[in-house]
Design a protein around this ligand. Structure first.
Ligand code: HEM
Length: 394
């Protein structure tokens, strides 16, 4: 359940699900960087929150000291029913070497530049159809009706699962990522995903297709077939990691352009700056925070961390660090030096970044071409997700 106690001290008692944090984390990170760059909280087990770029990158690169065995920002607390996926976790993301190394190696070719380029046309056609569906109306919920509709269909196609089930996939992924404090709802999402992928795996055993799921099922590592539990974990990860992240990035980019007409007009007039604009949107509105587990007692950045403590990997906070970025809180769409860590850093750096970039670019290009002028219909309607939404089934 969400912690009802208001936060009085962000340095010793932070809460990333607090409405204050969700509404404006930027000023909290700024204050913490000045006063206590690695904050601590006991609200959901002993947890540390580094806010400086260099500390987040250091943790990401110290694989022995900081394990990926539990990458959840909010502990899962699942009781039963999720064993098949969770036994093997969601590799490579939730794995340390050696499991990490070979599962990542299997996945990477599916997201190489060459391979994901073939998805450009698919994405462009999809965006065109979505725009056709609402352009005449004059207003649209761009988050729900546009951004959220794009990545799920692309990923379903890559995995080889029915694209017609996009709505159901979206619901499951939201159950897992947005109801972060509600074990029963998270379990519903995980069981849904695992149930579907198990059926799809059975179907492919006698008759493999040319999709990622078939490839995983028929891949051998050192002459041995990949265990089915690992196949299910990788497939679930691709769906979870591939859709919520990218739709958030498309949604926040459109929000920025709706609220900053000077940037919107500039991008329409000079589409050549699209690549730097996308990197800047990724930096400024980074959608992904994960976690690490401290493997043994250590002093890190003058903090006494204990084995088993969690460390939140706030890539979004790192990307707003003024020590790493000039004018860190300004969105500069032609910023040239931009070593952001929105896709992470080190061995777990995002495997799908090529695909994500194509989808964001195509989604923005198609939108701007058809809708070069737009604004928020009602700014009060826009909310930022911090891991909760109303459950439509209750
Ligand atoms: C804007 C969109 C995206 C963002 C911001 C993003 C961000 C990230 C981040 C920060 C990590 C590292 C997490 C950590 O170190 O704990 C990561 C890992 C990963 N991402 Fe993405 N991601 C995006 C899109 C995608 C897409 C489209 C896919 C495709 C399926 C994908 C697949 C993965 C996988 C498989 C990993 C695990 C890599 C490993 O552990 O070696 N991501 N992503």
């Amino acid at each position: 359940m969400t912690d009802p106690r208001p936060v009085e001290r962000w340095d010793t008692d932070f809460d990333v699900l607090s409405p204050t944090y969700i509404e404006d984390p930027f000023s909290i990170w700024d204050e913490l960087r000045r006063t206590c760059p690695v904050a601590h909280s006991d609200r959901r087990g002993s947890t540390w929150l580094p806010t400086r770029y260099r500390d987040v990158v250091d943790v990401a690169h110290n694989v022995e000291g900081f394990s990926s065995s539990d990458i959840t920002v909010i502990p899962l607390n699942l009781e039963r029913g999720d064993q098949r996926v969770l036994q093997n976790g969601l590799p490579p993301l939730s794995a340390d070497p050696p499991l990490h190394t070979w599962t990542r190696r299997i996945l990477l070719p599916w997201f190489s530049h060459q391979r994901v380029d073939s998805y450009e046309l698919f994405t462009r056609k999809l965006c065109g159809e979505l725009l056709d569906g609402f352009i005449a109306d004059g207003t649209v919920d761009a988050g729900t009706e546009y951004a959220r509709q794009i990545p799920v269909r692309v990923i379903a196609d890559i995995l080889g699962v029915p694209v017609s089930m996009s709505h159901t996939f979206t619901g499951w992924v939201q159950d897992i990522l947005e109801f972060t404090d509600e074990p029963a709802i998270r379990r519903r999402g995980i069981e849904g995903l695992v149930g579907l992928f198990s059926k799809e795996v059975e179907r492919r055993k006698p008759q493999p297709g040319d999709d990622l799921l078939s490839d995983l099922l028929h891949t051998e590592v050192d002459g041995v077939a990949v265990e089915e539990g690992v196949v299910l974990g990788i497939a679930a990860l691709v769906l979870i990691a591939g859709i919520d992240t990218t739709w958030s990035a498309i949604g926040s980019s459109l929000w920025h352009l709706a609220t900053h007409p000077e940037d919107r007009d500039r991008l329409v007039a000079d589409p050549g700056i699209m690549p730097t604009a996308i990197e800047e949107f990724l930096r400024a509105y980074s959608p992904v925070t994960t976690a690490r587990v401290v493997t043994e007692d250590v002093e890190f950045a003058r903090c006494p961390m204990k084995a088993g403590d969690k460390v939140l990997m706030s890539f979004p906070a790192a990307n707003r660090d003024p020590e790493a970025f000039e004018d860190a809180d300004r969105v500069i769409i032609d910023r040239d030096l931009n070593r952001h860590v929105a896709f992470g850093s080190g061995i777990h750096r995002c495997a799908g970044s090529n695909l994500a970039r194509i989808q964001i670019r195509v989604a923005l290009e198609e939108w701007l071409q058809r809708i070069p002028t737009f604004r928020l219909a009602d700014a009060g309607e826009v909310t930022w997700s911090g891991g909760r939404r109303e459950d439509p089934t209750t």
